[in-house]
Design a binder for this molecule. Structure first.
Ligand code: SAM
Length: 274
């Protein structure tokens, strides 16, 4: 019997896709294969999937990995997923909000990869949650809105807080782009697959993650302002104190946050903490 695509599965189970949950299901076999191959999954790997939906990607992952742990918020999909994967021994579904789930606990503290076509409305929150989890994933391959993907891989001149954070924790790169037609229903935006090779230690020397993100968050807190003013506002400093902080880091206080390199954010963090 021909395998049902997501639209047919949803119809059969009388489930309407919910826009509010970012439900755009991948139905293109080539797109699914491309995502999985980008993750370079080995036969001993544990893969965490976020939002399995109707299980299209889950099925591909389960064929390649030792085990798949798939976290899905929408309980309506439970009977569909249980029926589809009931006899597949290496897949476990957890019905929970990924932002509340302790990924380290789910994977028993061992190494794991994350492969997911995430709900676009919470991409930033999901990335932050994963980068802050203990242990962090070794590698992630995430399908997301193209515009967000471009921010993650941006270079100094176009950097934003989300790009600085992603590049602090990992080396992100866009693997491929998908048109809306590979999804059902079609999203209104273009999509991209981003692979993140997560660092064991950050690529810049920092006194602490907290200090690094305190200065970065402050620097980006006021759009298009000079660094001095943004840092003063975000760190509750006077303008002179903020200028002195920049001087200690060897950075022109009139520059704008988006132009700083990761190393310069590191220098600011050291000057701030020291
Ligand atoms: N992986 C499937 C695919 O590619 O066809 C579905 C991807 S769809 C873009 C996103 C999935 O994430 C949906 O199944 C949605 O219900 C689920 N989801 C939404 N918010 C979630 C959350 N906070 N935690 C876990 N899953 C969530």
């Amino acid at each position: 019997m021909r395998r049902m695509n997501p639209r047919e599965l949803l119809n059969a189970w009388h489930i309407e896709p919910k826009k509010g949950l970012g439900q755009n299901f991948l139905h293109d076999p080539n797109a699914l294969a491309r995502i999985a191959s980008s993750a370079e999954i080995g036969p001993d790997d544990t893969v965490v999937e976020i939002g399995p939906g109707t299980g299209a990607l889950t099925e591909v992952l389960a064929r390649q990995a030792a085990r798949v742990i798939a976290v899905e918020l929408d309980n309506r999909l439970e009977p569909l997923l249980e029926a589809r994967f009931g006899t597949v021994g290496n897949v476990r579904f957890v019905f929970d909000d990924i932002l509340k789930a302790d990924v380290g606990d789910l994977t028993d503290g061992g190494p794991y990869l994350v492969v997911a076509n995430v709900p676009y409305y919470i991409t930033g929150a999901i990335l932050r949650h994963l980068f802050e989890s203990q242990p962090r994933p070794t590698r992630m391959v995430i399908t997301m809105q193209l515009e967000v993907a471009e921010k993650l891989v941006a270079k100094p001149g176009d950097l934003s807080l989300i790009g600085v954070s992603a590049q602090f924790y990992s080396k992100p790169r866009i693997v491929t782009k998908f048109p809306p037609a590979v999804f059902y229903p079609r999203p209104e935006v273009g999509s991209a697959v981003v692979r993140f090779d997560v660092y064991d230690v950050p690529p810049v020397q920092v006194p602490s993650e907290a200090a690094f993100f305190a200065v970065a968050r402050a620097g980006f807190s006021q759009k298009r302002k000079q660094l001095r003013n943004a840092l003063a506002g975000g760190l509750a400093l006077t303008s002179d104190e903020a200028s002195a902080l920049c001087a200690r880091a060897g950075i022109d206080p009139q520059r704008r946050a988006e132009t700083l390199t990761l190393n310069e954010w590191g220098a600011l963090a050291r000057a701030f903490a020291g």
